[in-house]
Every structure is written in C-alpha cells, then in structure tokens.
Design a protein around this ligand. Structure first.
Ligand SMILES: NC(=O)C1=CN([C@@H]2O[C@H](COP(=O)(O)OP(=O)(O)OC[C@H]3O[C@@H](n4cnc5c(N)ncnc54)[C@H](O)[C@@H]3O)[C@@H](O)[C@H]2O)C=CC1
Ligand SMILES: O=C(O)[C@@H]1CCC=N1
Length: 270
C-alpha cells in the first residue's frame, strides 16, 4: 500500500518508520527542510506539498497538531479525500469533524503515545471502513492496539496519550528524592527504571488489584508505610485522578474548538 503521513514530527516519524518496516511505500510531509531530510533518511519520499502526498496514496495519516489542522485542510482541495482512508492521530478531533471536511473518505481515529518511537505504544483505534485491518496492522507495528468506542478517546488520550509525561514526572520526583537522600542521579535513575519494569511485571503476573501488591510490600511499622503516609497527606492519588480528568476535559475542549473552526472553514468555502 502507499501511505502518506501528513506532519512528520514525533508521532509521524514513528509511523513513517513503522509503515516502511511493513513494506509499504511511504511519503511524509513537513514544513521544514530538517523534517523533510529526516523523512528521506528513513527511506521514504518527502514533500512540503500535502496535496501531492494525498493524491498518490491510499491511506493518509494526519499527524499535525490539532491547532494546525484547520489551516492544513484549507490548503487541500476537498476532492482529493474521495476514496482515501484517513487516520487521524490528533488529540480531541472527532470523527464527525473529520467526515465533514473529508467527504468521500473513510475515516478512523488513532491515539498512540510517544512510546511508538520504541515500538511500545498502546494505541486506541476507532472508526469504521474497509481498511480497518490495514489500519490495525499499521499501529500494531508500533505496539498493541485496542478498538474502542469514540466516547473513550478523550480519556484514552489523557491516560495513555499523555500518560508517559505524567509517569516521567513521577519518575523525576522519585529520582530527586533519592538524590536528596545521598544517591547519585545516575544510579537512582537506573534503579527507578528497573523497579518500574519489575513492578509492571508483578502487576501483570498477579492481575489482582494494585493495592494487593501495595499491601504485600507494606510491613507494619516499616519503611513503606512511612512513605505511604506522606503520599496520603499530600493527596498524591487525588492529584493523579484530577490530572487524568483535566487532560481528558482538555481533549474534549480541543475537539470542540477545532470543530467550530472547521465549520467556519466549510461555510467560507460555500
Ligand atoms: N506527542 C505525543 O506524545 C502524541 C501526539 N499525538 C498527536 O499527534 C499529533 C502530532 O503530534 P507530535 O508528533 O507530538 O507533533 P510534532 O510537532 O512533533 O509534529 C507535527 C509536525 O507537523 C508539521 N506540520 C504542521 N503543519 C503542517 C502542514 N500544514 N503540512 C505539513 N506538516 C505540517 C510540523 O512541522 C511538525 O513536523 C498531534 O495531533 C497530537 O495530538 C497523539 C498521541 C501522542
Ligand atoms: O499533549 C498533547 O496534546 C498530545 C496528545 C497526547 C499526547 N500529547
């Protein structure tokens, strides 16, 4: 298949790589010379011209930032979408919005995460169409896939899309705590990553509630309960809950704002 990736940034580049590794022919677009050179160095074609990329491809991945989407689609002739399969990885932007601007295309949404750059994304997919299998295969090249109802995309975006940033903040906090207690940053960082990997393996092996693992670690009058008391006093769990809710609300808001811009764009075209 011939695949176009519109906006070859962090996620777009991971998908260019994935598509090439699956034997597809790929054309990536970007605005800067640096982006185009990077795409070429991976073995794909590169162009600034989104229309040229769409016209020559069966499957089109839209991986520009949501804020750049209205401007990007306004520079593309609406006829070009007819008969294409389009997959948007943009946060918030709804299928309904995509269908309205890309008449005649079958549209899907995907929400991967930055771990796609190391083949370890968990990607939510939604939408319907004949190329569902090909869309699934593309994202399985960068990790695991889950087909979900569109209603879940905003919270998925918060939990899994933004999740690596939240976990990185927690990792940084743990490392700094160890540094404050006298450990070198380098040793602490390596130790935290090993501890996280082990904890994930343990949670997956036991498949119970995470609090069962917590209780197995927590010795009466021991070290863990001393730390847990601080987490409880500082409302860490509550903060994590609010973090996911805030990010999810932001995804929904972004979708609404982009939908309004696209509606204006369509009425101006008429
Ligand atoms: N970064 C992440 O962890 C995740 C990002 N996403 C979504 O993926 C999309 C891309 O995000 P990133 O890769 O982080 O952004 P990025 O900024 O790294 O990449 C976007 C690329 O699009 C290019 N671009 C902008 N307007 C363009 C146009 N008119 N034509 C061609 N190229 C254009 C930019 O120059 C840039 O290279 C966003 O919509 C975001 O919501 C989804 C999941 C995770
Ligand atoms: O922060 C963002 O909006 C994007 C979507 C998910 C991860 N990064």
């Amino acid at each position: 298949m011939r695949i176009a990736v519109l906006g070859s940034g962090t996620i777009g580049t991971a998908l260019v790589r994935a598509a090439l590794s699956s034997g597809h022919r790929v054309i990536g677009t970007g605005r800067s010379e640096r982006t185009l050179e990077r795409v070429k160095s991976l073995g794909a074609e590169a162009t600034r011209n989104n229309e040229e990329a769409i016209a020559s491809s069966e499957l089109v991945v839209v991986s520009v930032k949501p804020q750049h989407f209205p401007e990007m689609v306004s520079s593309v002739s609406s006829d070009l979408w007819i008969g294409r399969t389009v997959v948007s990885v943009m946060a918030g932007v709804r299928l309904e919005t995509l269908r309205r601007i890309m008449r005649g295309a079958e549209v899907f949404r995907a929400m991967p995460n930055v771990n796609s750059t190391v083949g370890k994304s968990a990607t939510a997919l939604t939408g319907e169409g004949e190329r569902r299998g090909e869309v699934d295969s593309l994202f399985r090249t960068v990790g695991v896939t889950y087909w979900v109802q569109e209603e879940l995309m905003d919270v998925w975006t918060a939990l899994v899309g933004s999740g690596p940033a939240f976990v990185s903040e927690l990792v940084d906090g743990l490392v700094l705590g160890a540094v404050a207690s006298g450990m070198s940053r380098e040793l602490a960082y390596s130790a935290v990553l090993d501890m996280l990997e082990g904890t994930i393996a343990n949670l997956r092996a036991h498949r119970g509630h995470p609090l069962e693992l917590r209780d197995n670690v927590t010795t009466p009058a021991g070290t863990t309960i001393a730390g847990l008391k601080v987490m409880e006093r500082r409302l860490v769990k509550s903060a994590m809950m609010e973090t996911i809710e805030a990010a999810s609300r932001r995804a929904a808001r972004l979708g609404k704002v982009i939908d309004e811009k696209i509606s204006r764009e369509i009425s101006e075209r008429k």
